[in-house]
Ligand binder design. Structure first.
Ligand SMILES: O=P(O)(O)OC[C@H]1O[C@](O)(CO)[C@@H](O)[C@@H]1O
Length: 449
């Protein structure tokens, strides 16, 4: 079977092949540091060999739990934020029919909704209103078990689920994915007797999509988690190679670091398939939280093309030359649709008649690549044979491994996120959270100045 492939040819007018090749020993050292667990953040390396260590028993347990939710729910709300929701959403959106939510609902095929990733009152009001006459279940996902956004949504949803469905049924259709011992989500799950799954201590949120954090919601949505894991396993093998040119994760990490050293401070992840929008969101957290520290790091951003060619295209073509692009390109769509012939040709599109829509899309992709490279934007391309669980699994592991290597090349700890605490501390102080008395006083004094 073919694998995903990385092509860096269109970066070589901007960085030299020789310079890139000189990364081989550095990349090898970073890979060794990961393998031996001797680098910064080495207590969070559980993701490295996660795909090959997942057992069939574990997958069966996840599938059985997913089946309980599928059989008993019209809607399942996945409550989580950041790494506790983006991976699941990325895969579910990539695999789902774009209009499934408008189609007739099938028994045993719940609609998946997300909550706990914002504090929008209108969002939560509208969600809880929609759920009023629905048989719904909840997957409450939080590694710390104390994240405010998720806890707030879960408080609302748990009360509503129990009120609408009764305590006994609620117990059946609420599942927790959290720490083995600590945090409010664990305490609640144990006290209420919910089925629960553990997020391993050594797997950080943004690297957790192949734990129950991602696998359970993806299974509930009806997608093949075994194939997802198989794809990741395949990449685990491919990305073990010490040969820079044969290891796509290593090559991607080296190329983006060399581009960064040459003033390319912003990476734009590009798709030409709207279904990949949330995959880009997952990638942004992965690289943003891993590398943006010590006043260093490539800024990860994303665009959906060709949509955003009509908004951000101008900036990319002619704005400040501090950017490069990485295009995730899906080679073959899952469905076929051809441009019809029109006898009157009023729209002048008969030159496309008989062509597949994807042929037009591919020419948009090629035309964009050529234009952007001509405009001074280095371009990498990750080709994905097709959108299915297997290749999404490959993509996930490819980016995770690249992120670990890239973070070490940058000489940061890719596995912590101390900067995220700053807003939380202020928010808790402003809300007078118990335990934050001194901070509350200080912040009030600052605001009253
Ligand atoms: O799973 P938790 O503990 O609720 O955390 C959710 C997210 O919040 C962060 O801790 C900070 O944004 C992320 O790293 C994490 O993915």
């Amino acid at each position: 079977m073919e694998n995903i492939k990385l092509n860096i040819e269109k970066t070589l007018g901007f960085i030299s092949k020789e310079k890139l090749a000189s990364y081989e020993p550095k990349v090898k050292a970073c890979m060794e540091t990961l393998e031996k667990g001797t680098g910064l953040g080495n207590d969070f390396l559980g993701w490295l060999h996660l795909p090959s260590s997942i057992t069939q028993e574990h997958l069966d347990d996840l599938k059985a739990t997913a089946q309980v939710l599928r059989e008993n729910c019209e809607v399942v709300v996945v409550a989580g934020i950041g790494g506790s929701y983006l991976g699941a959403r990325a895969v579910i959106e990539a695999m789902s029919d774009s209009f499934a939510w408008l189609k007739e609902k099938k028994a045993g095929q719940p609609v998946i909704l997300f909550a706990g990733h914002n504090i929008g009152e209108d969002y939560l009001y509208e969600l809880t209103s929609y759920l009023q006459d629905k048989k719904f279940g909840i997957i409450n996902i939080s590694k710390s078990g104390t994240t405010t956004e998720t806890a707030l949504a879960f408080r609302l949803l748990k009360e509503q689920c129990e009120r609408q469905r009764g305590k006994e049924m609620a117990r059946k259709v609420i599942v927790a994915v959290t720490d083995a011992k600590k945090g409010a989500a664990r305490t609640t799950a144990d006290k209420e007797g919910y089925k629960s799954f553990i997020i391993p201590d050594n797997v950080g949120g943004r690297f957790s999509v192949l734990t129950p954090v991602g696998l359970l919601p993806i299974a509930v949505a009806g997608f093949d988690i075994e194939q997802l894991v198989n794809g990741a396993r395949e990449m685990e093998k491919v990305c073990a190679s010490e040969n820079l040119m044969e290891n796509p994760s290593a090559l991607y990490a080296a190329t983006r670091n060399e581009l960064y050293q040459n003033g390319k401070k912003i990476e734009i992840l590009v798709n030409f398939q709207p279904k990949l929008h949330y995959f880009m969101e997952w990638w942004k957290q992965l690289f943003g939280e891993s590398e943006g520290k010590d006043h260093k790091g490539i800024y990860p951003s994303s665009v959906d093309f060709s949509t955003d060619l009509h908004s951000m295209g101008q900036w990319i073509q002619e704005g400040e030359r501090t950017i490069y692009e990485t295009v995730v390109s899906v080679e073959t769509p899952n469905h076929e649709l051809k441009v019809p012939t029109d006898a009157e040709n009023l729209d002048g599109l008969n030159f496309l008649a008989g062509k597949r829509i994807d042929e037009v899309n591919k020419m948009a992709e090629l035309g964009t690549q050529l234009a952007h490279v001509d405009g001074g934007v280095p371009n990498m391309r990750v080709s994905v044979p097709m959108l299915n669980e297997f290749y999404l699994g490959e993509l996930i592991y490819f980016f995770e491994k690249a992120c670990g290597i890239s973070g070490y090349l940058l000489e940061v700890n890719p596995f912590n996120q101390p900067g995220v605490e700053a807003y939380k501390k202020n928010m808790f102080a402003l809300l007078n959270k118990p335990g934050y008395e001194a901070e509350s006083k200080a912040i009030q004094a600052r605001l009253n100045k």
